[in-house]
Design a protein around this ligand. Structure first.
Ligand code: GLN
Length: 252
């Protein structure tokens, strides 16, 4: 099967090797006989809802976010239509922030967002940096471990009733207070976790791929054939133990 991928702003939003998540999608799809067809979607590139089975956006510094925010904000309804139509989406950190209603920078400037996720972000005085350990709260994978690395000034506040990606076991997460990390709307998942995220969390890559395949085939999501993930599990264990060493959720 060809899985059509829309990679948003790869030249602007790609810190902490976030591009590596695409490599993991490619590798794990190919291991099951599928192939990714990747479109780079940048400032001014047309994006037709329904064209892509999987959308991806990485993280970036405030400067890069400022450069692409107006273009991304203008794609709000197209992204909403794509996700309502069953496309899968993964958004990391700076991209995750700008898929909410917006981001207020430390200088008070407001960057309007695409409004796909029910949250808003405001930059704090300090950065939230370090290894993170989560327990998934996704219905498809309750309690599964997610491990990664965070570095953000933004504090993201979910609306009441909004669904997070996980519960914070160690680290700051969305805002260092709520005990939640990330957000989920349909088959769209947002998170602060870099690393990149997916090499240490192959089950999450497979879940997103199963949604993308369901979109491509017009059928219900099916679990993918298991792969030999010994190395990935090792990487997750190391990441998780580093996060635990940080000890719980430091108050900010
Ligand atoms: N610039 C944003 C912040 O500092 C996002 C950072 C990132 O993507 N790592 O919060």
């Amino acid at each position: 099967m060809i899985i059509r991928v829309g990679h948003l702003y790869p030249e602007y939003l790609n810190i902490y090797a976030d591009r590596g998540n695409i490599a993991v999608f490619s590798h794990r799809a190919a291991a099951r006989g599928h192939e990714l067809a990747i479109d780079q979607v940048s400032v001014g590139t047309p994006l037709e809802p329904g064209t892509h089975d999987l959308l991806y956006v990485g993280g970036g510094q405030d400067r890069e976010q400022t450069l692409i925010a107006p273009d991304l904000a203008g794609r709000g309804s197209a992204l909403r239509e794509a996700v309502d139509g069953g496309a899968a989406l993964l958004a990391v950190c700076g991209g995750y922030q700008l898929l909410g209603r917006g981001y207020r920078g430390r200088n008070g400037s407001w960057l309007a967002g695409a409004g796909l996720f029910p949250h808003e972000t405001h930059a704090g005085e300090t950065r939230m940096i370090g290894d993170v350990l989560l327990e998934s709260t996704l219905a498809e994978a309750p309690g599964r471990t997610i491990a990664g690395f965070e570095n953000h000034a933004g504090r993201t506040v979910l609306d009441d009733g909004a669904e997070p990606l996980g519960r914070v076991v160690a680290g700051y997460g969305n805002d260092g207070r709520s005990g939640h990390e990330g957000c989920r709307v349909g088959r769209a998942v947002g998170t602060y976790l870099h690393g990149p995220l997916l090499p240490r969390n192959p089950w999450l890559a497979d879940l997103l791929l199963s949604w993308a395949l369901a979109h491509a085939t017009g059928s219900e999501p099916e679990p993918l054939a298991p792969l030999d993930d010994r190395l990935e599990r090792e990487a997750q264990l190391v990441s998780a133990s580093r996060a635990r060493e940080r000890g719980g959720r430091p108050a900010r």
